[in-house]
Design a protein around this ligand. Structure first.
Ligand code: DQA
Length: 148
């Protein structure tokens, strides 16, 4: 099973960025945790982070050529703005799981606009880095080769 884990803008700053909201774990540490978990269960995971909308879109488009089974994505601030990234996910038709470290529903009004939740297989929000590991577990359960 092949999974693509995408992180959007400013998530490269995890560990130092607004730690009271996003925690002290770096993106590298989160990726290492997911990599270990994936290795243990025989999943292939590719990681990609970008601060650029177009790069994220190109990665989503490439995912269908790479035969990616599931995308796990934290679109960061693009969650609340990007019709184009939404359209890319719809265009490739690969199931995706949306992850947010913070509990977005409890935050500012402008964050209540979300271009992804209604088309995601599911959304995990507010559980910090654990959310990514749970998303991997969900991807395997829902779309793994043995899943019915
Ligand atoms: C975030 C929530 C977004 O509102 C914010 O813009 C982010 C991170 C999260 O993981 O909690 O960059 O996606």
């Amino acid at each position: 099973m092949k999974i693509l884990l995408l992180n959007g803008p400013n998530l490269n700053l995890l560990g130092t960025r607004e730690t009271t909201i996003y925690g002290a774990t770096s993106l590298g540490d989160i990726e290492a945790r997911v990599r270990n978990k994936a290795l243990a269960v025989g999943c292939e995971v590719e990681f990609f982070q970008s601060n650029h909308e177009g790069e994220l879109i190109e990665k989503v488009q490439a995912a269908s050529r790479q035969e990616i089974d599931v995308i796990i994505i934290n679109p960061g601030g693009y969650t609340h703005t990007s019709v184009a990234l939404r359209d890319a996910l719809l265009a490739v038709g690969i199931p995706f799981i949306e992850v947010h470290l913070s509990r977005v529903a409890a935050r500012e009004g402008f964050r209540q606009v979300n271009y992804f939740s209604d088309i995601a297989s599911g959304t995990i929000s507010g559980l910090g880095p654990l959310g990514y590991e749970l998303a991997l577990e969900a991807a395997r359960t829902l779309y793994g080769k043995k899943a019915q």
